[in-house]
Design a protein around this ligand. Structure first.
Ligand code: GRF
Length: 194
Protein backbone atom coordinates (compact mmCIF):
# COMPACT_ATOMS: atom_id res chain seq x y z
CA UNK A 1 0.00 0.00 0.00
CA UNK A 2 1.44 3.34 -1.07
CA UNK A 3 -0.35 5.23 1.68
CA UNK A 4 1.24 6.72 4.74
CA UNK A 5 0.23 6.22 8.36
CA UNK A 6 -0.58 9.79 9.38
CA UNK A 7 -1.00 11.38 12.81
CA UNK A 8 -2.69 14.79 12.74
CA UNK A 9 -1.97 17.22 15.56
CA UNK A 10 -4.55 20.00 15.91
CA UNK A 11 -5.57 22.53 18.55
CA UNK A 12 -8.63 24.05 16.93
CA UNK A 13 -11.68 23.48 14.74
CA UNK A 14 -9.94 20.98 12.48
CA UNK A 15 -11.08 22.08 9.03
CA UNK A 16 -7.62 21.18 7.70
CA UNK A 17 -7.97 17.76 9.34
CA UNK A 18 -11.38 17.46 7.68
CA UNK A 19 -9.85 18.19 4.27
CA UNK A 20 -7.51 15.21 4.75
CA UNK A 21 -10.36 12.98 5.96
CA UNK A 22 -12.45 13.96 2.91
CA UNK A 23 -9.53 13.38 0.51
CA UNK A 24 -9.03 9.88 1.92
CA UNK A 25 -12.75 9.12 1.74
CA UNK A 26 -12.89 10.25 -1.90
CA UNK A 27 -9.81 8.21 -2.84
CA UNK A 28 -7.60 11.21 -3.66
CA UNK A 29 -5.24 10.12 -0.89
CA UNK A 30 -4.21 6.51 -0.25
CA UNK A 31 -2.99 7.24 3.26
CA UNK A 32 -4.77 6.64 6.52
CA UNK A 33 -5.08 8.82 9.60
CA UNK A 34 -4.15 6.53 12.49
CA UNK A 35 -4.63 9.14 15.21
CA UNK A 36 -5.66 12.72 15.90
CA UNK A 37 -3.96 14.31 18.88
CA UNK A 38 -4.75 17.62 20.54
CA UNK A 39 -3.41 19.64 23.44
CA UNK A 40 -6.93 21.11 23.83
CA UNK A 41 -9.49 18.82 25.46
CA UNK A 42 -12.34 20.64 23.70
CA UNK A 43 -10.77 20.96 20.24
CA UNK A 44 -13.47 20.31 17.64
CA UNK A 45 -10.79 18.48 15.66
CA UNK A 46 -11.16 15.65 18.22
CA UNK A 47 -14.89 15.53 17.53
CA UNK A 48 -14.24 15.32 13.80
CA UNK A 49 -11.92 12.36 14.39
CA UNK A 50 -14.42 10.56 16.60
CA UNK A 51 -17.16 11.09 14.02
CA UNK A 52 -14.91 9.31 11.52
CA UNK A 53 -13.98 6.50 13.90
CA UNK A 54 -10.39 7.73 14.11
CA UNK A 55 -8.68 7.34 17.53
CA UNK A 56 -8.66 10.80 19.13
CA UNK A 57 -6.36 11.71 22.00
CA UNK A 58 -6.14 14.70 24.31
CA UNK A 59 -2.64 15.05 25.74
CA UNK A 60 -2.35 17.78 28.35
CA UNK A 61 0.66 19.84 27.30
CA UNK A 62 0.92 21.35 30.74
CA UNK A 63 2.12 18.10 32.34
CA UNK A 64 5.80 17.41 32.55
CA UNK A 65 5.74 14.10 30.66
CA UNK A 66 3.82 15.64 27.74
CA UNK A 67 6.63 15.23 25.20
CA UNK A 68 7.22 11.59 26.22
CA UNK A 69 3.48 10.79 26.05
CA UNK A 70 3.27 12.31 22.57
CA UNK A 71 6.34 10.42 21.36
CA UNK A 72 5.03 7.11 22.78
CA UNK A 73 1.66 7.61 21.10
CA UNK A 74 3.28 8.24 17.73
CA UNK A 75 5.59 5.24 18.07
CA UNK A 76 2.76 2.94 19.16
CA UNK A 77 0.79 3.98 16.08
CA UNK A 78 3.85 3.42 13.85
CA UNK A 79 3.33 6.85 12.31
CA UNK A 80 5.06 7.66 9.00
CA UNK A 81 4.01 11.30 8.77
CA UNK A 82 2.99 13.89 11.37
CA UNK A 83 0.75 16.69 10.09
CA UNK A 84 0.49 19.85 12.20
CA UNK A 85 -2.89 21.32 11.27
CA UNK A 86 -3.39 24.35 13.45
CA UNK A 87 -1.29 22.98 16.29
CA UNK A 88 -0.39 25.72 18.72
CA UNK A 89 2.32 23.92 20.67
CA UNK A 90 6.00 24.14 19.82
CA UNK A 91 7.31 20.70 18.87
CA UNK A 92 10.16 19.43 21.05
CA UNK A 93 13.61 19.08 19.48
CA UNK A 94 13.54 15.42 20.55
CA UNK A 95 10.40 14.84 18.48
CA UNK A 96 11.87 16.73 15.52
CA UNK A 97 15.02 14.60 15.69
CA UNK A 98 12.97 11.39 15.88
CA UNK A 99 10.80 12.41 12.90
CA UNK A 100 13.08 14.70 10.88
CA UNK A 101 11.72 15.08 7.35
CA UNK A 102 8.43 13.48 8.41
CA UNK A 103 6.66 16.41 10.10
CA UNK A 104 4.79 18.95 7.98
CA UNK A 105 2.95 22.13 8.96
CA UNK A 106 0.38 24.33 7.22
CA UNK A 107 0.90 28.04 7.77
CA UNK A 108 -1.56 30.71 6.56
CA UNK A 109 0.92 33.04 4.84
CA UNK A 110 3.44 33.02 1.99
CA UNK A 111 6.48 32.10 4.10
CA UNK A 112 8.99 33.38 4.91
CA UNK A 113 6.74 36.44 5.09
CA UNK A 114 4.56 36.71 8.20
CA UNK A 115 5.96 33.58 9.82
CA UNK A 116 7.82 32.90 13.02
CA UNK A 117 7.19 33.67 16.66
CA UNK A 118 3.90 35.50 17.25
CA UNK A 119 2.55 34.91 13.75
CA UNK A 120 -0.34 32.47 14.14
CA UNK A 121 -4.09 32.42 13.52
CA UNK A 122 -5.78 35.77 12.92
CA UNK A 123 -2.58 37.66 13.85
CA UNK A 124 -1.06 36.56 10.54
CA UNK A 125 -3.87 38.10 8.51
CA UNK A 126 -3.91 41.28 10.59
CA UNK A 127 -0.21 41.74 9.82
CA UNK A 128 -0.72 41.05 6.10
CA UNK A 129 -3.46 43.68 5.86
CA UNK A 130 -1.46 46.17 7.91
CA UNK A 131 1.49 45.74 5.56
CA UNK A 132 -0.61 46.49 2.46
CA UNK A 133 0.39 43.27 0.66
CA UNK A 134 -1.39 42.68 -2.66
CA UNK A 135 -1.26 38.91 -2.16
CA UNK A 136 -1.34 36.46 0.69
CA UNK A 137 -1.74 32.70 0.75
CA UNK A 138 -0.59 29.58 2.56
CA UNK A 139 2.48 27.38 2.82
CA UNK A 140 3.06 23.71 3.62
CA UNK A 141 6.59 23.14 4.91
CA UNK A 142 8.69 20.57 6.75
CA UNK A 143 9.09 21.32 10.44
CA UNK A 144 12.58 21.93 11.77
CA UNK A 145 13.89 23.42 15.00
CA UNK A 146 12.85 26.93 13.98
CA UNK A 147 9.34 28.40 13.94
CA UNK A 148 7.86 28.20 10.40
CA UNK A 149 11.40 27.93 8.95
CA UNK A 150 11.57 24.41 7.48
CA UNK A 151 11.96 23.56 3.77
CA UNK A 152 8.89 24.67 1.80
CA UNK A 153 6.90 21.90 0.08
CA UNK A 154 4.02 23.85 -1.54
CA UNK A 155 2.73 27.42 -1.55
CA UNK A 156 -0.23 29.08 -3.25
CA UNK A 157 -1.35 32.71 -3.22
CA UNK A 158 -4.68 34.56 -3.16
CA UNK A 159 -5.30 38.25 -3.85
CA UNK A 160 -5.84 40.66 -0.97
CA UNK A 161 -8.65 43.20 -1.51
CA UNK A 162 -8.87 46.68 -0.01
CA UNK A 163 -12.22 45.71 1.51
CA UNK A 164 -10.73 42.70 3.31
CA UNK A 165 -10.97 42.35 7.05
CA UNK A 166 -8.64 39.90 8.84
CA UNK A 167 -11.56 37.49 9.18
CA UNK A 168 -12.45 37.67 5.48
CA UNK A 169 -8.84 37.16 4.45
CA UNK A 170 -8.43 34.25 6.91
CA UNK A 171 -11.42 32.52 5.41
CA UNK A 172 -10.22 33.05 1.83
CA UNK A 173 -6.79 31.63 2.67
CA UNK A 174 -8.25 28.73 4.66
CA UNK A 175 -10.93 27.61 2.21
CA UNK A 176 -9.31 28.50 -1.12
CA UNK A 177 -5.73 27.48 -0.40
CA UNK A 178 -4.93 25.71 2.87
CA UNK A 179 -7.28 22.78 2.47
CA UNK A 180 -6.16 22.25 -1.13
CA UNK A 181 -2.39 22.48 -0.75
CA UNK A 182 -2.32 20.39 2.43
CA UNK A 183 -3.88 17.48 0.55
CA UNK A 184 -1.61 18.11 -2.46
CA UNK A 185 1.46 18.08 -0.22
CA UNK A 186 0.47 14.75 1.36
CA UNK A 187 -0.21 13.34 -2.12
CA UNK A 188 3.28 14.45 -3.16
CA UNK A 189 4.82 12.68 -0.15
CA UNK A 190 2.75 9.55 -0.86
CA UNK A 191 4.17 9.44 -4.37
CA UNK A 192 7.73 10.11 -3.23
CA UNK A 193 7.65 7.57 -0.42
CA UNK A 194 5.15 5.06 -1.73
C1 GRF B 1 -5.39 27.39 9.95
O1 GRF B 1 -5.57 28.72 9.57
C2 GRF B 1 -3.95 27.03 9.84
O2 GRF B 1 -3.27 27.70 8.80
C3 GRF B 1 -3.40 27.51 11.13
O3 GRF B 1 -4.40 27.23 12.09
C4 GRF B 1 -5.64 27.18 11.43
C5 GRF B 1 -6.23 25.82 11.67
O4 GRF B 1 -7.52 25.82 11.24
N1 GRF B 1 -2.17 26.85 11.44
P1 GRF B 1 -8.35 24.45 11.41
O5 GRF B 1 -8.30 24.07 12.88
O6 GRF B 1 -7.69 23.41 10.55
O7 GRF B 1 -9.72 24.80 10.93
Amino acid sequence: MRGLRIAVLASGSGTNLQSIIDAIESGILESQIVSVISNKVDAFALERARAQGIPAYYIDSKVEEYDMKLLCRLEEDEVDLIVLAGYLKIISSELIRAYRGRIINIHPSLLPKFGGKGYYGIKVHEAVLKSGEAYSGATVHFVDEGVDTGEIILQESVPVYSTDTPDILQRRVLYEVEHKILVQAIKKLEEERG
